[in-house]
Design a protein around this ligand. Structure first.
Ligand code: FAD
Ligand code: NAP
Length: 537
């Protein structure tokens, strides 16, 4: 059956998370005919899918919000220091309706194929239901963490109880009351969900392979004074955030650890612990390059864990010893470690005694079996490349993204890919993305791409493509800066290490969000250095 084809548009955006929504707003304002295609039946991306108990942001709400509209900044009221998922999803819906975006979003439509034609310079996208869409440009706003990873544990489909994934949580409330629950995984999602599941369940078994470092959020209601401070100073604060390495205020440090006396080191670590959240990541400016500096912060957090957890053996198991602090994403929690003092919570060490299989009744490890009513897979995502690789994307000469990225992602600036003309990515691999406040990273990419499209329109240019040389140089640079850090020694999802068979490459750009922004501006300022253009066909 021939696919049903719709008229050719200027631009198709895939994904209606924060990136897709801002793209639609911006491109429409600039006069481009734009359609957004979204697999879900609503907007919000991450915040649409991740509805597990406790899901909330780990960048403070006042900063984890769009900066493109001053009236939106002033009107929206965040109620907590770190907003919970329902509030962030409500914000995404508010933005959608406030700017009239919904009518140009096609929901319940998964893009499975995207093919570039060298004959007419157009992209054709195919959906899972056989629909076909044509456009001159495609912008992949697929998100870095939108392809949930379900581990291939033997017997997993035989489990007779309910099995949930944090990244694919049901819309109806899940009630664990009176149930024996197993959570597999101890990353950020698990760290947020575990305290709340423990409050409800009759018993909770936490299956831990690798402990992570978690810092208290000290979450609470947002007081009027700090809201007013943000709202009165938004322009200054946003501009300041853009000059930082992560887009997050109060994070960067002016000192390497060795410059400080032991007392001052401790004071700084304690100050950051008391402030709470991600800022522990940069307690010293050499924390991700000098193992000794890193160990100061790591041992500080381990001491805190031992202070909180009463049972000595459980505390030891919760203390990360196998990776530098921050080389896996820091977790931000409310009462995570305290939860292991509850009578109804058991920490199961699956590093020493791995899960052998899942049976109809529950989980069987190499030395025990655990009868369960429900399993929660908090097992993460095929991050950064996963969402792109799930689509059969074909560029020049039919080259597939699967082949192009078979040894790891290759991009220019994390925005474009050689052999794939007129295709852009938002927060793609090779950009700071997940190492920063992602909302600021999204806005930077959307603005850059929009400016580039205007430049092309103004100059009668039809086709843009990253050159092979520029891409090779960028990939080399991304790898060079990563190799000078402690990130590459860790089995993190940044390295692709969480997915069996995935190439081990550090995927985000660790050279700093502010530096990166400058580099992108230099590229556009030099007439899009590293890109080749073609005039009208
Ligand atoms: P997403 O929100 O992932 O949206 C991508 C959209 O594309 C999805 O709706 C998806 O359905 C759609 N899509 C994907 N593939 C297809 C396809 N083939 N066809 C059609 N549609 C498709 N970042 C921070 O900076 N601070 C935080 O506090 C923070 N907290 C997080 C908490 C969780 C639980 C998770 C998982 C991530 C968090 N992140 C955080 C990262 C977060 O992903 C980004 O902040 C941001 O929401 C990403 O927006 P996005 O639009 O780029 O991608
Ligand atoms: P994650 O960090 O990748 O954690 C996955 C966990 O599952 C790890 O503990 C992992 O153990 C375990 N796991 C995976 N496969 C397993 C298997 N086969 N058997 C046993 N254990 C297994 O995933 P996530 O927690 O969903 O977080 C992903 C990212 O999303 C975060 O790093 C963060 O960027 C974002 N996020 C943010 C927040 C927030 O606070 N705002 C909340 C959630 C997510 P190993 O380490 O041993 O592989």
């Amino acid at each position: 059956m021939a696919a049903q084809k719709e008229p050719v548009l200027d631009i198709i955006v895939v994904g209606a998370g924060f990136a897709g929504l801002y793209l639609l707003y911006r491109l429409r304002t600039l006069g481009f005919q734009t359609l957004v295609i979204e697999a879900a039946d609503g907007v919000g991306g991450t915040w649409y899918w991740n509805r597990y108990p406790g899901a909330r942001c780990d960048v403070e709400s006042m900063a984890y919000s769009y900066s493109f509209s001053e009236s939106l900044e002033q009107d929206w009221v965040w109620t907590e220091r770190y907003a919970a998922q329902p509030e962030i999803l409500a914000y995404a819906n508010h933005v959608t309706d406030r700017f009239g975006l919904r009518k140009d979003i096609r929901f319940n439509t998964s893009v499975v194929r995207a093919v570039f034609s060298e004959t007419d310079g157009l992209w054709t996208l195919a959906s899972d239901e056989g629909l076909s869409f044509g456009a001159r440009f495609v912008i992949m706003a697929l998100g870095c963490l939108s392809a949930p990873h379900r581990p291939d544990i033997p017997g997993i489909s035989e489990f007779a109880g309910k099995c949930y994934h944090t990244g694919y949580w049901p819309h109806q409330e899940v009630d664990f009351s009176g149930k024996t629950v197993g959570v597999i995984g101890t990353g950020s999602s698990a760290v947020q969900a575990i305290p709340l599941i423990a409050e409800q369940a009759a018993h909770l078994n936490v299956f831990q392979r690798t402990p992570n470092f978690s810092i208290p959020a000290w979450n609470g209601p947002l007081d009027e004074e700090s809201q007013r401070h943000w709202k009165n100073n938004y322009r200054t604060l946003r501009a300041k955030a853009k000059r930082t390495s992560s887009g997050i205020l109060n994070m960067d440090s002016d000192h390497c650890a060795a410059e400080l006396s032991p007392d001052d080191q401790l004071r700084e670590l304690d100050r950051r612990w008391q402030h709470g959240g991600l800022i522990m990541w940069n307690a010293f400016n050499d924390i991700m390059t000098d193992p000794a500096s890193n160990e100061l912060a790591a041992s500080f957090v381990r001491r805190k864990i031992r202070e909180k957890v009463k049972d000595r053996k459980t505390a030891d198991l919760l203390c990360p010893e196998d990776h530098p602090l921050g080389s896996k994403r820091l977790c931000v929690d409310t009462d995570y470690y305290e939860t292991f003092n509850r009578e109804n919570v058991t920490l199961v060490d699956i590093r020493s005694h791995p899960i052998e299989k899942i049976t109809a009744q529950g989980v069987q490890t190499s030395n025990d079996s655990y009868a369960l009513d429900a399993i929660v897979l908090a097992t993460g995502f095929d991050a950064m490349t996963g969402p792109m690789m799930k689509i059969d994307i074909r560029g020049r000469d039919g080259v597939s993204i699967e082949r192009k990225w078979s040894d790891g992602p290759r991009t220019y600036l994390g925005i474009a890919i050689s052999d794939f003309p007129n295709l852009f990515m938002v927060t793609g691999p090779g950009s700071p993305s997940v190492l920063s406040n992602v909302l600021l990273a999204i806005e930077q990419h959307v603005d850059w791409i929009s400016d580039c499209l205007c430049y092309m329109r103004d100059n009668g240019l039809e086709i843009i493509e990253a050159s092979r040389d520029a891409e090779d140089n960028w990939v080399r640079h991304v790898n060079d800066v990563a190799s000078q850090t402690l990130y590459t020694g860790s089995d993190s999802w940044y390295m692709g290490a969480n997915i069996p068979g995935k190439p081990r490459i550090f995927m985000p750009y660790v050279g700093g969000a502010a530096n990166y922004r400058e580099l992108c501006d230099e590229v556009s300022g030099r007439g899009y250095d590293g890109f080749a253009f073609e005039h009208k066909l």
